[in-house]
Every structure is written in structure tokens, then in C-alpha cells.
Design a protein around this ligand. Structure first.
Ligand SMILES: [Zn+2]
Length: 462
């Protein structure tokens, strides 16, 4: 992104919240043209893709022309050497990995301008959308140690910046670092746990965050095990990330922890893409920063209210540009207007990864979010995972370690099996298997796993 863009995001971080259609068009078209030109000039992957498709970057002038550009998948992008997908030398960029929940982790790179503008953008949006003070504190909770080696910490201990660690050891730091890093440390912390989420409670208590960012399933665990601690701190908002948030979980967590739950959608590759407002609890797309398309199997935009695959063109990261990138997530398009009055368009719902969708005999796709909603419809159910073995054969794995309050959950489990059968078709066979492990898994657990050897792609876009 150029300096003017960066400066403007510093000065007015929420300037497009109430933008008109014309203003959106203007900023998106302009940023798209710059991004395409730079990608063509500096990044071999995009240069070759456009050459192969016989497109010159100047021919795509507006968002309406974007459909001429072919879609790209993660596999296509990682099939090229790393340098071929970067806009500059990797030593000038900031590197992270994707989670690798569905395949090998992918190295992703951000320009420093992109990181800065994202931080400022999110700071402005959290503050204004959730009514926070200027100096609010954010705690990020995850189950894996932060990817940057300099931030590695022990489970249950807040990760500290490298400069903070050097200062703690009495070593010299760069000029300015003595002010900058402690200031960041004061307001942003990240902590991880292995298996037991209770280990992060001391950090929550002492740091007293205004915002907690956490995966939806861990948020549920936090509500199971940490009700009193979180309630005593009373964060202003809990932000669920990384997994679809089902409505039973949202209301369960809000009831137990006493703070509103909002969701943020995005990925490590693309950065943050959409955020829930407090008033309508609707996911507003950061339309000035990214173009989000929801496409049918034919590759056409779906109608509002219909489900399709989410495809993203990120407009600001010139470190590793991503254009018409298939997120492999399904979501619902929307043309609704949010009661909060913001004009940032809505993404009605993010339903989860398409490879975790179950194709029913009558041709429907049952999404992970739908299955999660059924699994969470009754309180007192232990944690479950649905495994599809063949078209009509499923195993419901039940984990006895997890949050069982009802000493005899058998009744609830058979109710769940009934609900799953009416969702998936009465002909399906669902066997229940109790998984005899004492401890929760180390990493996040997918609610649905499809283990069929010859399985057609559930949502191929032609
Ligand atoms: Zn809203």
C-alpha cells in the first residue's frame, strides 16, 4: 500500500463505515488497480497467471472486471517456489504460517505497511464498534505457541516481545524499543494453552483484558471452565475467530460469561475480512480493504440469501498479493441492511470449510456450522465429533472428558443422534463411540471429519 493510503488509515480508521455505494466503488477500484499492477510487475505467480489468461493488468479497471481473472487455490499458489508469490525479498516482509488444519501449513508474508494499517484499522474498529476507551487491552488465547520464534512462551504464560525479554535480561535494546515494546506489551498480550484452558486463567485475571480473541470452540471451553474468572474481569467483548460460531454457543457463552460475543472472519493468508457489530450481530465485510465474492458452483455470484464459496481479493498486502483466492469456506451472501446503520456490506453467515460439509442423498450440503448447532443445542452434552465413513454411515465420537455436567448424558446423546438423522436423512446409520481419553486434544478439534476414500469434491467451482 502506498504512503498516502497508510497515512489515511492512521488518521481516519473507520472512514468507510458509512460510505456511499459510489465511495466504495471509488476506493475499491483504485486499490484493485494498484494491487493488480504491483502483482503483475513484482510477483511471478500473478504475472504468469495473467499472461496465461491473456489479461493485461490495465484491462481490469473496476471490481466488475475482476471476474475475468481466474480463481486461485492454495495448492496452486504453494506449488510455486516461495519467492514466486512474493512482492519483494522475504527478508523485507513479516512471515507467518497458516494453521494447517486442512493440509500442510503455508508460509504467508505481509508487508510492514499492511501489518501497521491492519493494527490501526482493527484498533479503530474495536474501539468505536464496541465502545472501548482509547487504551483498551486485548488478550489473544490460542492452543499453539505463537508462530514467531521470538514470541515463544510456556503454556499459560503471556508471550512477551523480544525487546521485553532482552530488557528483562538486562540487555541493550534498540533506541525507541524501550518505549515502544513495553507500550505494546501493556495493551496486547497473547497466551496459549496445551489441553487445559484453565491454565490461562491467571493471565486473564492479572491482565484484565477488555477484549478476548479466541477460537469458537475454546470460547465454549472457557465458558465451561472459567465462568467466574472471566465474569469477574467482565471483558467488554469476546471475539470468536477461526471457526464458525453457532448461535447456541453464542448464547451459552454470553449467559455464562456475561460479555457479548462477536465474530471476526478472516484467515492468516488474507488477514481480517469481516467483523460483527454489536447492534445487529451481523458480519460487516471490510469492503474498503478486500473484495469478498460468494460464488455458485458455476462461478457466478450467488443471489442474496444463497450459499456459495467465499472468494477473496485482498487489496492492501503487496508482500504476498492474493486475488480471487478460494477460501474453501462456504457462506451466505446478503443484501440486508444492518440496524447499526453502517454501510459496510454483510456476509450473512460463514458456515465452515467446504471439505467438512456432508453431501446428503437428496443433494443438500450440510455445513459444519449446522452440525455444530445441533451438537450444542442441548446443554450438558459432552463434546462430540461426527465422522462420515461412507455415504450413509457415520460415527458420533463422544469425548467423556469434556464439560459433562449431566452424570448420565445417554438420553441427550440419543436425542442428538435423532436430530442428526433427521438432518442427514432417515436412511443414515449413526453409531456412537465413546473415546476413552482423559485429556482434551492439543489442537482444535474439527466437528466434522469426512473419511470417505472416494469422495467427490463437495463444492467444485467450474
Ligand atoms: Zn451492523
Amino acid at each position: 500500500m502506498d504512503d498516502v493510503e497508510l497515512l489515511s488509515s492512521f488518521v481516519v480508521p473507520c472512514r468507510y463505515d458509512h460510505a456511499s455505494e459510489g465511495q466504495f466503488r471509488e476506493i475499491r477500484d483504485r486499490r484493485l488497480r494498484v494491487q493488480l499492477e504491483k502483482a503483475y510487475e513484482n510477483v511471478p505467480y500473478w504475472h504468469d497467471l495473467m499472461d496465461d489468461a491473456r489479461i493485461r493488468p490495465g484491462e481490469i479497471r473496476t471490481v466488475d472486471d475482476l471476474s475475468r481473472l481466474p480463481l486461485s487455490t492454495k495448492d496452486q499458489i504453494v506449488s510455486r517456489p516461495t519467492r514466486d508469490r512474493l512482492g519483494s525479498d522475504p527478508s523485507k516482509l513479516i512471515q507467518r504460517y497458516t494453521s494447517g488444519t486442512t493440509g500442510p501449513p503455508m508460509e504467508v508474508y505481509y508487508s510492514i505497511g499492511f501489518i501497521l494499517s491492519t493494527l490501526i484499522y482493527l484498533h479503530g474498529h474495536f474501539r468505536r464498534w464496541y465502545g472501548l476507551g482509547r487504551m483498551f487491552k486485548v488478550l489473544q488465547i490460542s492452543s499453539v505457541s505463537p508462530a514467531a520464534p521470538s514470541l515463544v512462551s510456556k503454556p499459560g504464560e503471556a508471550a512477551r516481545s523480544p525487546a521485553w525479554q532482552r530488557r528483562a535480561r538486562g540487555e541493550a535494546t534498540r533506541p525507541g524499543a524501550a518505549i515502544f515494546w513495553p507500550a505494546i506489551d501493556r495493551f496486547v498480550r497473547s497466551v496459549h494453552f496445551e489441553r487445559r484452558i484453565e491454565t490461562v486463567l491467571p493471565v486473564i485475571k492479572t491482565f484484565a483484558p477488555d477484549v478476548i480473541m479466541i477460537n469458537a470452540s475454546y470460547l465454549r471451553m472457557l465458558a465451561d471452565y472459567a465462568g467466574e474468572t472471566v465474569e469477574s474481569v467482565r471483558p467488554k467483548v469476546l471475539i470468536s475467530t477461526g471457526e464458525p460460531l453457532d448461535e447456541p454457543t453464542r448464547s451459552y457463552v454470553e449467559r455464562r460469561l456475561g460479555s457479548p460475543v462477536c465474530q471476526m472472519y478472516g484467515s492468516n493468508e488474507t488477514g481480517s475480512l469481516a467483523l460483527d457489530c454489536l447492534e445487529g450481530r451481523n458480519l460487516h465485510i471490510f469492503s474498503d480493504r478486500a473484495i469478498v465474492e460468494v460464488l455458485s458452483k458455476e462461478g457466478e455470484p450467488v443471489r442474496p440469501g444463497e450459499m456459495g464459496e467465499i472468494v477473496v481479493s485482498e487489496l492492501l498486502n503487496q508482500g504476498m498479493p492474493l486475488l480471487r483466492y478460494k477460501m474453501r469456506d462456504l457462506g451466505y451472501a446478503s443484501s440486508e441492511v444492518c440496524p447499526c446503520g453502517r454501510s459496510l456490506p454483510l456476509l450473512k453467515s460463514v458456515e465452515g470449510r467446504q471439505i467438512d460439509c456432508i453431501a446428503t442423498r437428496d443433494g443438500r450440503l450440510v455445513t459444519p456450522k449446522r452440525i455444530l448447532a445441533l451438537m450444542h443445542s442441548a446443554e450438558g452434552l459432552p463434546r462430540c465429533q461426527l465422522v462420515q465413513r461412507s455415504r450413509d454411515s457415520f460415527t458420533l465420537r463422544v469425548f467423556p472428558w469434556s464439560g459433562v455436567r449431566d452424570p448420565n448424558p445417554d438420553g441427550l446423546i440419543s436425542e442428538l443422534v435423532g436430530a442428526l438423522r433427521s438432518e442427514l436423512g432417515s436412511q443414515v446409520d449413526i453409531s456412537v463411540s465413546r473415546v476413552q481419553v482423559d485429556e482434551p486434544p492439543k489442537r482444535k478439534m474439527r466437528p466434522v471429519i469426512v473419511q470417505m476414500s472416494s469422495r467427490p469434491e463437495p463444492y467444485p467451482i467450474s
